[in-house]
Design a binder for this molecule. Structure first.
Ligand SMILES: [Fe+2]
Length: 286
């Protein structure tokens, strides 16, 4: 019998896991059931658990079937990285983040991403999720016909689209880019994903700018419809791990002087980047 219980968070995606002990040896049945839930629900949440950085990385890699190996056979990195308004050298220490999937601009984006509530003062800005798989399944037929076969360009450079109030934008000297199908097939699950995001998808390949923006505007209106969003309201010791290819995430403004929001982050596999390809964050010009 699997050593946990699961409950759907929303009808379309997400599962709350209770009764799981990250310090206990993992039996085959528990592992297989967690992997199945991850593939079918997209995001798993464990509340009020004690989790080390190594356990966080190990669970993420187990869920994408890369247990026991760190990236390219390297040992699990000791470096912890954070999304935190208490560490100015962390990822996204302040500001609002538009919907995105981390490293969507890479040929091999992160397959798994997780955050752990290391230190949280309430009220804390939630992380908002949508599912590209659910968006594809619910896409109106006319829009599906319009976008079938189209390709899109994703970039690590700033796209600067829509309302940019409070948005944290990244500037990269030589931004990496990649091209994918707008209806992308998930490499592990085989599900079709509506695969574009407001923060990183620059254009539909080969279309004039206005036509490209018109299609992306329709795509984003569907993807980000409020009824298809879910807010993770952070509490200390929450562990949220998600499929970074199937899911997108966003957050409202976080202030440096606001309540402590110190989240420990883990991602796999890590892309290899040169220093000039690393983003530098700043607030968008008004
Ligand atoms: Fe992110």
């Amino acid at each position: 019998m699997a050593r946990f219980e699961a409950r759907d968070i929303t009808p379309a995606f997400g599962a709350d896991i209770t009764g799981f002990d990250p310090k206990a040896p993992l039996d085959d049945e528990t592992r297989a059931q967690l992997q199945h839930l991850f593939d079918t629900r997209g995001v798993l949440r464990f509340r009020d658990i004690d989790l080390t950085h190594t356990e966080q990385v190990t669970i993420g890699r187990m869920l994408i079937r890369k247990e026991g190996l760190a990236d390219e056979g390297d040992p699990i990195p000791e470096d912890k990285f954070y999304v935190s308004n208490r560490k100015m050298d962390s990822a996204a220490p302040f500001g609002r983040l538009q919907f995105h999937a981390d490293t969507m601009w890479a040929d091999r984006p992160f397959e798994v991403l997780s955050l752990y509530g290391a230190e949280i003062e309430l009220p804390s800005a939630p992380t908002t999720f949508v599912s590209g798989v659910n968006a594809w399944k619910t896409l109106p037929d006319d829009l599906r016909l319009k976008i079938e076969g189209l390709e899109v360009l994703h970039t690590a450079g700033a796209v600067r689209r829509g309302n940019l109030d409070d948005v944290l934008v990244s500037d990269v000297i030589d931004p990496p880019t990649t091209v994918s199908k707008l209806a992308k097939v998930h490499p592990r699950t085989g599900e079709t994903i509506l695969y574009a995001c407001e923060q990183m998808t620059k254009e539909v390949v080969g279309l004039p700018h206005e036509e490209s923006e018109a299609i992306l505007t329709e795509v984003f209106a569907h993807l980000y419809a409020p009824a298809r969003q879910w807010n993770q309201e952070w509490h200390e010791r929450d562990f949220v791990v998600w499929d970074n290819i199937a899911m997108q995430h966003a957050r409202n403004n976080v202030a440096v002087e606001g309540p402590t929001r110190h989240l420990r982050k883990a991602a796999s596999p890590m892309p290899k980047l040169r220093p000039d390809q690393l983003p530098k964050f700043s607030k968008a010009a008004a």
